[in-house]
Design a protein around this ligand. Structure first.
Ligand SMILES: Cc1cc2nc3c(=O)[nH]c(=O)nc-3n(C[C@H](O)[C@H](O)[C@H](O)COP(=O)(O)OP(=O)(O)OC[C@H]3O[C@@H](n4cnc5c(N)ncnc54)[C@H](O)[C@@H]3O)c2cc1C
Length: 236
């Protein structure tokens, strides 16, 4: 799909846990954006020459809008701008961009997604598209790493997906868990070591910060997973 410049209107704007801003844009011109789940857009930030990249969090089947999830803790030009937007405001961006998309079926009969923090955005788009739109029946698991219990959000949505789709499992990993935390804790790499006896015939999709991507990739390579089955999108 060719990269185009879009104008869009902010239609919804929600601050989640004082840390993440969830923004929905209704497309004005062009009116539809055809993208592959996992791709991102490059936002024009007024007064800045360089654009800021944000993965699209919504299902590409809803091609009349885009949703993004922004970690506002950096408080640099990009996150401050997105945090300051109000419903009704007009923005512009270029899209679709990126190669963090699913490998063609059936080279990966099982799929494992690993995200940290706002890295959930690209992974959410891929998972919603696989389950709701493609009706994909392959085993899919999501391991999502956050820091503190107070950072947790969207967990009900993912647990609900698990209840609705028997091929989908969801695991929240906290790096700073409270006492008696019943799920995984520490690094997501430790969680992968715990959960999988076999890493064969699996596509791994990693999205988030550099240390996680390096750590998980190193582990997978050391276990004989081919580089062609390790896909990643590094945010910072
Ligand atoms: C392909 C791609 C897709 C991206 N998608 C998203 C996305 O969906 N959501 C999102 O929040 N960010 C995403 N980012 C990061 C985003 O582009 C900006 O870098 C981020 O919003 C910080 O920009 P800033 O101008 O506010 O701060 P800057 O001044 O540019 O950054 C300050 C520091 O903040 C840290 N930082 C950057 N991004 C994050 C982050 N996401 N979480 C925590 N710390 C961070 C880095 O250490 C950076 O040096 C993506 C980056 C790339 C390359």
């Amino acid at each position: 799909m060719p990269v185009q410049t879009f104008t869009a209107k902010v239609s919804d704007h929600t601050l989640i846990k004082d840390k993440f801003q969830y923004v929905t844009f209704e497309l004005i011109e062009p009116q539809t954006l055809n993208f592959q789940a996992g791709q991102y857009l490059m936002m024009n930030v007024p007064g800045m020459a360089a654009k800021k990249s944000y993965s699209i969090a919504s299902n590409p089947a809803e091609n009349y809008k885009v949703e993004i999830l922004v970690d506002v803790s950096p408080q640099g030009d990009g996150s401050l701008y997105l945090q300051s937007l109000n419903p009704g405001e007009t923005i512009s961006f270029m899209a679709p961009i990126g190669r963090f998309v699913l490998a063609p079926d059936p080279t990966e009969p099982k799929l494992v997604f690993v995200a940290t923090g706002s890295g959930i955005s690209a992974v959410r788009s891929i998972i919603l598209n696989l389950l709701h739109t493609q009706h994909d029946l392959r085993p899919l698991s999501l391991h999502w790493g956050l820091r503190y219990p107070q950072d947790i959000f969207w967990e009900q949505d993912f647990f609900l997906l698990h209840e609705s789709f028997s091929n989908f499992t969801f695991d929240l990993v906290l790096s700073r868990p409270p006492e008696n935390w019943p799920l995984c804790s520490g690094r997501v790499t430790d969680c992968l070591k715990k959960h999988y006896q076999s890493l064969a015939n699996t596509g791994f999709y990693l999205c988030g910060n550099k240390p996680m991507i390096e750590d998980v990739s190193q582990y997978l390579l050391s276990q004989g997973v081919s580089e062609t089955h390790i896909h990643h999108e590094q945010f910072y």
